[in-house]
Design a protein around this ligand. Structure first.
Ligand code: FUL
Length: 471
């Protein structure tokens, strides 16, 4: 008996010796960025005088009197957004026309002087909290209304506005810095041309410090980060190859190499993942003429797979109409989109599979999917950059989607992989891809199979996968 106890304890002790975690590979995400990755999808809301003038880029000479939504209800927006399973809202507190949706003390060109007369940033942030959503702001650097735009005085004005927004409306999860400045186009009510140098005028590092100080949890978006990057298009897709790393120093708001933004840079110096911004309508603002052109659930699902399914986050724009409500078609499609995502990922067959790997870091080759090896994820021994993970089923299952996630807390590693299915006793390749990152979803024609094999065929360092989902 005694002997048995000793043996048992020895075995237990051996089991408890933690296998050393893999060393980080290249740049790794900050805690803030990891939280951001987990948000995956949120809604953008474009609303300003443009909604009433039918423009996409207001000139800046609009009267405050035209901003007059008759039934504005941010609680309706938040209700629909949360019912669709989105995690937050980013509101255009000020678009390029310069009209401010909050009670700012720095300009009269604001909502308090409109017939609406209430602080909409306050109302939206309150509604977000009520519906369990995070709240973020967009503050356009380009301002076609402000008389000082183009001079250093405007930068002070911009920073003062930012300070108001970051101080008075609770926690902000994201601050969106748009790179658009209209080239050397017409700069507003004053009918003047004012050219700025995108690279030097805004002196971004100083502005970013304000965000860090006032809202340390907020992620900052721009063409060059510092926390997440533009994906290089407004059509709703990340590159099939999508690295979360980028040479940050080569990018700045308004200074974009769209190919690199779309694909990332494999050996980039910084963790700078892609955010995919796209509108549910052709325009960013509501136009009645586009009521028949709201993206369908199928189109939205396609965007889902090409954004979140390629390791990016999705910020989907849903613009309120002139009443200040989501249009019924937008609302219905958004909710159905949320339901479609839930339905497609309702049953994960990984739970009933037996997993086996060709290499497991410091240990046995067999493990449960739920506790993928020692550290809660599947990792291979140092130097092992090619390995296979096989999920076998007692009875064949029909699958059409595979979700893979890397343990990105330690960096992004996988450069190439294939997926095979055992069909009628033969392995058949069903897809061959490159990067994984935060999440990779592969869609394929349904296969009835008794086993699935994921072969990592190239990686920058040993493999570390967090999750395998089979649907
Ligand atoms: C662009 C802007 O010019 C559009 O109006 C919109 O705000 C989009 C999200 O970003 O750069």
């Amino acid at each position: 008996m005694k002997r048995f106890n000793i043996l048992f304890l020895a075995l237990l002790a051996a089991a408890c010796v933690r296998v050393a975690e893999p060393a980080p590979c290249g740049p790794v995400p900050s805690e803030r960025q990891l939280r951001w990755h987990d948000m995956e999808r949120y809604v953008f809301i474009h609303f300003t005088t443009n909604t009433f003038t039918d423009l996409e880029w207001g000139y800046g000479n609009e009267s405050e009197q035209i901003f007059n939504p008759t039934a504005c209800d941010p609680r309706q927006w938040a209700d629909i957004v949360s019912r669709a399973g989105f995690k937050g809202i980013v509101l255009t507190a000020k678009h390029h026309d310069g009209f401010c949706l909050w009670d700012t003390k720095y300009t009269e060109h604001n909502i308090m002087n409109s017939p609406y007369g209430r602080d909409l940033v306050r109302e939206v942030s309150d509604a977000c909290r009520e519906y369990g959503l995070k709240f973020g702001i967009y503050l356009s650097p380009w301002d076609r209304n402000h008389p000082d735009y183009g001079t250093p005085a405007y930068i002070d004005y911009y920073r003062n506005q930012l300070t108001e927004l970051l101080t008075n409306y609770g926690d902000i999860f994201e601050v969106w810095f748009d790179g658009a400045n209209g080239g050397d186009g017409w700069y507003g009510g004053a009918d003047e041309r004012r050219t700025i140098d995108n690279l030097t005028y805004y002196d971004w590092p100083v502005t970013w410090e304000i965000v860090r100080k006032l809202q340390p949890g907020a992620t900052m978006f721009s063409d060059g980060g510092p926390d997440c990057r533009w994906v290089g298009n407004e059509a709703g897709y990340a590159g099939e190859t999508n690295w979360c790393t980028l040479n940050k120093a080569e990018f700045a708001p308004g200074h974009a190499d769209t190919y690199a933004l779309n694909h990332g840079q494999e050996d980039g110096t910084d963790w700078l993942p892609a955010e995919v911004d796209v509108s549910i309508r052709p325009g960013w603002f509501y136009h009645q003429r586009e009521d028949g052109r709201v993206k369908t659930v199928d189109q939205l699902m396609d965007i889902y797979y090409k954004s979140i399914g390629r390791g990016g986050n999705l910020i989907l724009n849903v613009p309120p109409d002139r009443r200040g409500l989501f249009h019924p078609t937008d609302s219905a499609n958004l909710i159905e989109f949320g339901k479609a995502i839930e339905k497609e990922f309702a049953h994960n067959y990984a739970g009933q599979a037996k997993f086996e790997a060709s290499n497991v870091r410091g240990g046995s080759r067999r493990f449960a999917a739920s506790q993928v090896a020692d550290n809660g994820y599947w990792a291979t021994d140092d130097g092992v950059t090619e390995a296979s993970l096989t999920a076998s089923f007692r009875h064949p299952v029909t699958l059409s989607k595979i979700v893979l996630q890397e343990h990105i807390a330690l960096g992004q590693r996988v450069q190439a992989f294939t997926v095979e299915a055992m069909i009628d006793g033969q392995w058949q390749t069903i897809d061959s891809q490159t990067t994984i990152g935060h999440k990779r979803i592969l869609r394929f024609d349904p296969v009835t199979t008794s086993a699935i094999r994921v072969n990592i065929t190239a990686a920058k360092a040993c493999i570390a996968l967090d999750n395998v989902g089979l649907y």
